[in-house]
Design a protein around this ligand. Structure first.
Ligand code: EPZ
Length: 419
């Protein structure tokens, strides 16, 4: 176990390069299962969840290599079981379900348990795959799926589930006939997955809108593909410029995929300027001010930026109301921020944040990926020392965050937990 030790109060200044997107890379790597030839991926972030995905691919019969952001996958004779001891560490492992059923007609995937932010069921994935001819049994904590070949279907999701959309998109590529997916997720990472599949020979239309049409093909070929930049990492660093009163230039920032975040950060008083060499972010002349926000499926404000925005709003002038509508328990960062002097009151899915003069450093505990990012941001702005514990949560989704922050002036270091 390791901690991050932060001496806060310094404005960050300099350039940060945004890494490849974790939430695009995970489904795209999993889609390798569909291919009848090797694939090469670039701009793959060096993250725990990526290495977990590569381990799962190896177990499923797709040998992989990872070096300097470049991944090579050579799909071989497939196995059908994704074991619990791996799935329990990363619930996105369930994204192998659709590809395995499409290629093998059988899949045995451990039920991805819940996590700190919610129960995280996969009922929408299963009911949609059943419409394509799959049959499922749940026993001993495993999803047993089988089908005599998937057939195209007309599917309407009750909720625009990101993972459900990705599982069905991958399954439909090799199904018999046409599949229409309605009320699907419109996240940029879903679009990146579709673009990858199309480059492999899939016939997909409508990705990025609420209705996706897929005409099944007989086979998909390998190709080379660059993963899109991570819009959530980018948003996190934009917030870091705002909360520390500094100025950061983000390179490889997916500006066009971040409208809702940019709107809210500007409404909160930040200057964010798109330039030829990157995106420049700093607090505006009037300082930070409170804003109201509800998390929504894309193109709404992303739930993955909720905790980071909350940290920023703890130091804004005035009050903010934050409504978390996507996950039932995504306020684990609140009590830790309160321990640093934030004024936040919870009422159901809403958090009322009242801006305070300053935050005070304290030992705090990370509970999930974005909560840990929120605590790092608060520590960067707080007076005194903050020790963020259990930062393995952070390492799931941020590539060497402390190294990137050190390079723009942050006094932050990674130490063993018992140091
Ligand atoms: C993806 O999770 C992301 N993970 C999450 O990012 C992100 O927060 C989430 O989408 C929403 O944008 C990856 O892409 C790997 P959902 P996913 O299915 O696919 C309910 C991060 O921090 N639901 O859109 O699991 C579910 O309980 C992570 O990078 C069902 O009820 O999200 C939740 O309340 C955290 N039944 C809501 O829908 C289902 O079958 C959104 O879930 C599926 C989902």
């Amino acid at each position: 176990m390791e901690n991050l030790v932060i001496e806060g109060g310094l404005p960050l200044r300099g350039e940060i390069s945004v890494s490849g997107s974790k939430n695009a890379a995970l489904p795209i790597l999993m889609a390798s299962i569909l291919l009848n030839g090797p694939a090469v991926f670039t701009n793959v972030p060096d993250l725990r969840d990526i290495h977990t995905t590569l381990r799962l691919l190896e177990i499923l019969g797709c040998p992989c290599s990872f070096r300097n952001g470049r991944v090579e996958v050579s799909p071989g004779p497939l196995q059908s079981e994704a074991p619990y001891d791996l799935v329990k560490t990363m619930r996105a492992s369930v994204l192998c379900l659709g590809p395995l059923l499409a290629r093998l007609g059988v899949a045995r995937v451990a039920m991805p348990g819940g996590c700190a932010i919610g129960a995280r069921p996969v009922n929408l994935h299963l009911s949609a795959l059943e419409r394509m001819g799959a049959e499922f049994e749940l026993e001993e904590g495993y999803i047993h799926g089988k089908c005599a070949g998937l057939r195209g279907a007309h599917i309407q999701f009750d909720f625009p589930t990101v993972g459900g959309t990705e599982n069905l998109l991958m399954a439909a590529c090799l199904a018999e006939g046409e599949t229409v997916l309605e009320n699907v997720a419109r996240e940029p990472e879903v679009v990146d997955l579709a673009r990858f599949l199309i480059r492999c020979g899939a016939e997909i239309e409508g990705h990025g809108s609420s209705v996706i049409r897929v005409r099944g093909v007989r086979a998909l070929n390998g190709c080379e593909y660059a993963i899109m930049p991570d819009r959530i990492e980018a948003g996190t660093f934009l917030a870091a410029a705002g909360i520390t009163g500094g100025e950061l230039l983000l390179r490889n920032c997916p500006y066009d995929d971040m409208d809702a975040v940019l709107i809210k950060l500007r409404e909160a008083g930040m200057d964010i300027i798109q330039r030829a060499d990157g995106v420049l972010a700093r607090p505006g002349s009037g300082g930070l001010r409170g804003v109201d926000v509800s998390t929504r499926p894309h193109p709404g404000f992303p739930t993955d930026m909720q905790a980071q925005l909350m940290a920023l709003l703890c130091l804004a002038d005035g009050s903010s109301m934050i409504d978390e509508t996507i996950f039932e328990n995504r306020f684990m960062h609140v009590q830790e921020l309160v321990r640093m002097g934030a004024d936040i009151r919870l009422s159901g899915s809403a958090a009322m944040v009242r801006g305070v003069e300053h935050l005070a450093g304290a030992p705090v505990m990370a509970s999930d990926l974005r909560a840990s990012a929120s605590l790092v941001l608060a520590g960067l702005a707080a007076r005194g020392k903050t020790v963020v514990q259990r930062i393995y949560h952070l390492d799931r989704g941020y590539e060497r965050m402390e190294v990137k922050l050190q390079a723009v002036g942050a006094r932050i270091r990674r130490v063993p937990a018992d140091a």
